[in-house]
Design a protein around this ligand. Sequence first.
Ligand code: GLN
Length: 498
Amino acid sequence: MSDNANDVTELGVAAIRDGVAKGDFSAREVAEAFNANVAAAGELNAFIVATPDMALEAAGRVDADRAAGKALGKMAGVPIGMKDLFATNGVQTTAASHILEGFSPQYESTVSQKLWDAGAGMLGKLNLDQFAMGSSNETSYFGNVISPWRRNDGGNAPLAPGGSSGGSSSAVAARLCPAATGTDTGGSIRQPAAFTGITGIKPTYGRCSRWGIVAFASSLDQAGPMARDVRDCAIMLEAMAGFDPKDATSLDMPVPEWEAGLTADMKGKKVGIPREYRMDGMDADVAKSWEDGIAWLRDAGAEIVDISLPHTKYALPAYYIIAPAEASSNLARYDGVRYGLRDLPEGAGLQDMYAATRAAGFGAEVKRRILIGTYVLSAGFYDAYYTQAQKVRTLISHDFKNAFTECDVILAPTTPSASFALGEKSGDPLEMYLNDVFSVPASLAGLPAMSVPAGLNREGLPLGLQIIGNAFDEQGVLNAGLALEQRAGFTAKPEKWW
Ligand code: GLN
């Protein structure tokens, strides 16, 4: 990365797409520049596998199409990073787990295929928390991802890029790619975006097909874009979304033209401020950035209203029952028979092979989730935990339903704090889970939610503001995000040290 104003790696999705279409530069030049940044950033450990040739091939197709006068796709000439949770045909797909090491799918996930069809190219597969379980990218079998950001205290403590899409957030913030895919089950797009000063949106559950995405908790998993600004997210989400008969929960609705619909004018819109998100002992910088956000949306013409989401405090405990329950079921398929790792001790039978493979293949956090999930689904405890959590989930959805009779979108912090040092929270799972306190309610309700950079805290680290919208109202979320973005004027970027 250089500070050269002509450096294409400083450009986002829209600027690259438009520049390629106009002929200011070729798609190949763009791919080469990002390939070089990826190759030079090994210290961040953002990629599990780099695929420079695939980026060049896709760029070559776009340049040839342009030369032939053919229409170009929405993402034409834009090289991206692909979270290693998306199955990519012929390219190792691991979910950052040893149990899938060496697994090369024979098929392409629907979302990644749509991106390639729109003219994007793949720079590589991005690191993540193992099976997308985590908030700091410290559970990957392939090592921690390091945030490009550092505190302004002169110390060089390596910081968490957030999780589980930590490779995606680190890579976009460090200009290794203009955009990346993420997935969000309980906050994994929004929290890492907030930690690294970038933008990410989790659409309404069902907008993006889950087909070919390694399943964590199927009733919550949703893909979405992570990029440097709201417009770039709108463009990429248009390319990713759409009905897919191969996913039974896919929304059979047309994909709106979100980019064309962007406006930062909030006149006539009501923004709800949920009083239950104002927690005791809230970080002062987070509280201040929330106040800034309120002032910015008011300035954009919105009316600010107090709202109540009374069951908020039950969201985190309900999530940490439902998500592990679904995970314990989804991860039963990794048995050493069909995918990746097989550990077959001398003279062992089938059961021994299952046990040995799973013991060797899954990391500690994944095992914890499987054990919790198996426990809450077991005959004696099912009603007390799983059924109860499902009831709470319904109440949380009702809270939002009621709130959206009084407001159009909801504004809240994305996370209770800025990024923390690696190792600072990894010893205490509960402390790690608390990171998700503001992000899981929207996940449980299946609602679109986005994080937009709001400023820096006293340590010089980014903070994010979260917009939660009603089901199917990604446009309302993006527009409020744009209003925040224009007023926040966030231009900070990490100083290059890698
Ligand atoms: N941090 C949350 C968890 O560990 C959310 C992860 C996600 O959204 N994939 O479950």
